[in-house]
Design a protein around this ligand. Structure first.
Ligand code: GLC
Length: 612
């Protein structure tokens, strides 16, 4: 039996509709999408290596379109982005991820009203296609979000559902009991401003499932927000068909990497946690097969804030290992990068690195220290069961929410437990903003050292590094976000500020803090793309005998192995790592077979083990 048929049977044989009809609809959809794929994109598909996305040159840059160009250029924001590509390319960026740019009701664009249009204030669908073409001409990739778990409650399907149209009511998850009771084991994502997982819909007199934003979580409680994100019900095959058609449309606009937003929540089943349920992985496989038929070089990125080992399932399981998503954010590692630089303690990071499984060929992590969301601490507690996880989480939370380093996110006022995340920009989290405000040059230098360590970690520890827009100049946190009543409850908006023209300008003037950060970032990424050993995600942790020093060897795609060594402490250290003659990739110096590696305070070295 064809694999697609097998998957659809497994998902839908007990549901409404004949599997053969669903299969036929998929076949028609694929044929239509192939026919609609522009020739220029077919040529682009053929001109790229299948492993383009795991190579050592890859660097993802994440931005909100309107914020990236808020103060520069002329014309629609999507047109103005093209004016920033020279500079992004010079930084080393190869993949531009623009956060959702569709008509939206809120949640920073993640509550989508229409998946096939472009927000009028950003430009037109044609502007988007032009941007993709411009990127491709530079051999750069475009990433976009596919927010497939939910629509906004203003999406036409939601509007029809609210009017009681049974076809579209079936697109969403209705609480059959009518009581809106919390299903045990289901996580509460926004406990503070949208508690629970239901949204009371007065027009229907019913609760609909809303993992994220809800208007009125409780029928007897207040209206909390002016929009909701209603979860789609993938147990209905029409939902899968319509959403895959939407995805193919998106892919045919020139999208090279599809970020599958909030993917763990896709499949709801009473009696389970409704998170990362097995049928979801069948859905992912369907998506991968269909996308592969239409756009063979387009890859899927899982946004799954999960701990190991569950997270690796997003790369496929069993015979499908490597057959679903090709990329996934490395959520378990991320907070431990912060831990290492904040407390000069790489022990939890080393432990996590040794637990990272070897990923299937053609798959890799997206390695990040920050995105447009909070720095999530969830995977730490889950990753270190017992007191260590709680201790590491609490330390991170306390440190980064004190002394104006950041704001709590997901702080549950009911339990008064520590929060699960921190909202702040990196320069602020590192104490750079506070040190500058206090006129403390030593503090600024320390923050800068730590920033460089994070940048070098991201670029070498395994996976493709990600830059969140503004990091390259050390953009500060927007403490004024709460003046806007819509944003006030959601501290993540403190991270989402316009890129000031002044910061851009200063980053091009020698000697400024902005220019120094940009120069370090550029230098690190340039060194990375020369080393095939830094492709992919493998990393062999080397013993250093010290908690404050991390060392590992990378082999990547071959060539000479690279050993990276990081000293997170404020004192010089000497360690014995690496074998034979080693060339320093930054200063060009050479270490003989007997030489130890000296690491200055808060510094790192990348050493190529010269093999031939
Ligand atoms: C993802 C996005 C986040 C959004 C959520 C719901 O986690 O990154 O910004 O709030 O999904 O769409």
């Amino acid at each position: 039996m064809r694999e697609l048929e097998e998957l659809l049977s497994r998902l839908y044989q007990d549901g409404p509709g004949e599997v053969s009809e669903i299969l036929a609809a998929f076949d028609d959809m694929v044929l239509a999408a192939r026919a609609a794929r522009p020739e220029s994109l077919q040529y682009w598909d053929e001109s790229r290596p299948p492993d383009w996305h795991v190579r050592e040159d890859q660097v993802v840059y994440v931005a909100y379109t309107e914020r990236l160009v808020a103060e520069v250029g002329e014309g629609a924001p999507l047109q103005r982005v093209r004016g920033r590509l020279d500079e992004l390319q010079a930084l080393g960026v190869t993949n531009l991820h623009l956060l959702p740019l569709f008509p939206t009701s809120g949640d920073g664009g993640f509550a989508i009203d229409d998946y096939r249009d472009v927000r009028a204030d950003l430009g037109t669908p044609e502007d988007l296609r032009q941007l993709a073409a411009d990127l491709h001409g530079r051999r750069m990739a475009l990433s976009l979000d596919f927010v497939l778990n939910h629509t906004s409650d203003s999406h036409p399907w939601a509007v029809k559902a609210r009017q009681g149209d049974p076809r579209y009511l079936d697109y969403f998850v209705v609480d059959e009991t009518g009581e809106g009771a919390h299903w045990p084991g289901v996580p509460d994502i926004f406990p503070d401003f949208a508690p629970g997982h239901w949204d009371w819909v007065p027009e229907l007199g019913q609760y609909l499932w809303a993992t994220f934003y809800a208007r009125q979580p409780d029928k007897d409680g207040p209206v909390r927000n002016d929009f909701a994100q209603w979860d789609l019900d993938y147990r209905n095959p029409d939902v899968l068909l319509d959403m895959v058609a939407t995805l193919l449309h998106l892919v045919n606009q020139g999208v090279d990497c599809v970020r599958l937003d909030a993917i763990p929540f896709l499949w709801k089943q009473r009696g389970t946690s409704c998170t990362s349920q097995p049928p979801l992985h069948d859905v992912l496989r369907v998506i991968r097969l269909v996308v592969g038929e239409v756009a063979p070089r387009t890859v899927l990125l899982a946004e799954a804030n999960d701990a190991l080992p569950g997270l690796t399932q997003y790369f496929g399981t069993g015979p499908r290992w490597g057959g679903t998503c090709q990329l996934a954010y490395n959520f378990p590692l991320m907070p431990l990068l912060w831990y290492a630089v904040a407390f000069a303690d790489a022990e939890p990071l080393m432990t996590m690195m040794t637990r990272m499984p070897q990923l299937p060929p053609g798959c890799t992590w997206l390695t990040f220290d920050e995105v447009h969301d909070e720095v999530s601490l969830e995977a730490v507690e889950a990753g270190f069961p017992g007191p260590q996880g709680v201790e590491v989480t609490r330390r991170l939370f306390d440190h980064f929410t004190s002394e104006r380093r950041g704001l709590p996110f997901r702080f549950d006022p009911e339990t008064e437990a520590f929060g699960h995340g921190i909202s702040s920009n990196r320069w602020t989290m590192l104490g750079g903003e506070a040190a500058e405000a206090a006129g403390d040059p030593a503090g600024v230098e320390e923050a800068l050292d730590k920033l460089v360590l994070l940048e070098a970690l991201k670029a070498s520890v395994g996976g493709t590094p990600l830059i969140y827009s503004g990091q390259e100049v050390g953009l500060e946190t927007d403490w004024g976000y709460a003046d806007d009543p819509v944003q006030a409850p959601d501290s993540r908006f403190a991270k989402r500020r316009n890129f000031p023209a002044r910061a851009l300008q200063r980053s091009l003037e020698e000697g400024t803090r902005e220019a120094r950060i940009r120069a370090h970032t550029t230098r690190i990424l340039a060194a990375r793309r020369q080393q095939p050993a830094l492709a992919g995600s493998d990393a062999e942790v080397l013993a250093t005998g010290r908690r404050e020093v991390l060392a590992f060897r990378r082999r990547g795609r071959g060539g000479d192995p690279v050993v990276a060594a990081f000293n997170f402490s404020g004192a010089e250290v000497t360690v014995e790592v690496g074998e034979g003659t080693r060339e320093d990739l930054f200063d060009g110096g050479t270490l003989g077979p007997e030489d130890a590696v000296v690491l200055g305070p808060r510094s790192f070295r990348w050493l190529r083990e010269v093999r031939g």
